[in-house]
Design a protein around this ligand. Structure first.
Ligand code: FES
Ligand SMILES: [Fe+2]
Length: 349
């Protein structure tokens, strides 16, 4: 199940160089990505309209993309502008173009109705070159349905077990205390205090940590972890803090379904530039990548178990509130997309 009318992360912007054509797949749609001369990203269906050769095997020529089978050339709007050896170019000679834009170091593609591609719906992630932050980025391919990865990010109680030696080290509270979940228009906000957390690998000491993230359609995870002196959570009676934190950690992640059973996971981790040095970010990143290997191992194994008997019902616990709410949002959006268009009102005589 996937929403079409959503911005999906296709790539880190640095993955698409000038003159390059990159093949990607999003919600089972093969795509060919390239840039025009001014750097504008163009995303086509990865299929030439002539005899269906992949356009990702094509060549960039100024602003256009030429299919390197028989040479048809396509302008950035998808119209065929040249057929070698033929003067007449039929109207039907075109390829599908998907709306695309770059923001926050991600290249986003709108997979649905182009007229609904509203740039205001792009989630607000931090760019890797933002001078206010020091971040490091990576990506990982999964042999699993993207919804299992979404579920994982919507229920961080797994940190205490799946990541007991990495991200959850010394933090059993992840599994002991339920977060507050706030509904958003296209997602959920998940917040909690973790008190008396011992932190050794960045700053020695014990802190109260305020963890808050927005999880937005289709699978965008924007986490901020703010560290405060011990006693802050109690003083605020577990309400959200307004004071500037001692340290602010940032995690930006995007889950993109590539096919029904494969996904790509994009991630960046770091902190405010004033809080951290690049070697410390490297250290943090190593822990994060070790944790993501743990997630991948358990989620891909979970997918195999699920596929053996897809009819079996899962047993929900109180920690499933986040995944359940988010799946309902996705189901609602998918149902709206599938609904037949309302009949056109008869004109008054
Ligand atoms: S398949 Fe593309 S030009 Fe023939
Ligand atoms: Fe995890």
């Amino acid at each position: 199940m996937w929403v079409r009318n959503a911005w999906y992360v296709a790539a880190w912007t640095h993955e698409l160089g000038a003159g390059q054509v990159v093949a990607r797949s999003i919600i089972n749609e093969p795509l060919a990505l390239y840039r025009t001369q001014d750097g504008t990203p163009v995303v086509f269906e990865d299929r030439c309209c002539h005899r269906f050769a992949p356009l990702s095997m094509g060549r960039v020529e100024q602003d256009d993309l030429r299919c390197m089978y028989h040479g048809l050339k396509f302008a950035p709007d998808g119209r065929c502008v040249e057929i070698p050896g033929q003067k007449l170019i039929p109207h039907s000679a075109c390829v599908r173009r998907f709306p695309a834009l770059e923001r926050g170091s991600w290249l986003w593609v709108w997979m649905g109705e182009p007229a609904q591609a509203d740039p205001a719906l792009v989630p607000p992630s931090i760019a890797l070159d933002d001078p206010g932050y020091c971040l490091k980025a990576g990506q990982l391919d999964y042999a699993a349905d993207y919804q299992l990865i979404d579920d994982n990010l919507l229920d961080l109680s797994h940190l205490s077990y799946a990541h007991e030696k990495t991200l959850g080290l010394g933090a059993p509270q992840w599994a002991d205390e339920r977060p507050r979940i706030i509904g958003l228009e296209r997602g959920v906000r998940v917040q909690r205090w973790l008190q008396n957390q011992v932190r050794g690998y960045l700053r020695n000491g014990t802190f109260d940590m305020w963890s808050t993230y927005d999880f937005l359609v289709p699978g965008i995870f924007l986490l901020r972890t703010a560290w405060y002196p011990v006693g802050t959570a109690e003083r605020l009676q577990l309400k959200p803090p307004a004071d500037p934190p001692l340290f602010l950690r940032c995690d930006e992640q995007a889950v993109t379904p590539t096919t029904a059973r494969t996904s790509r996971y994009f991630y960046a981790t770091g902190a405010r530039s004033n809080d951290i040095t690049p070697p410390q970010v490297d250290k943090m990143f190593a822990v994060v990548e070790a944790a993501f290997r743990e997630d991948k191992a358990i989620i891909e194994a979970q997918q195999l178990v699920l596929d053996r008997d897809p009819q079996r019902r899962m047993l929900p616990t109180s920690f499933d509130a986040g995944p359940t709410q988010f799946r309902r949002i996705l189901e609602g959006l998918v149902a709206r997309e599938m609904a037949p268009a309302p009949p056109v009102a008869a004109q008054a005589e």
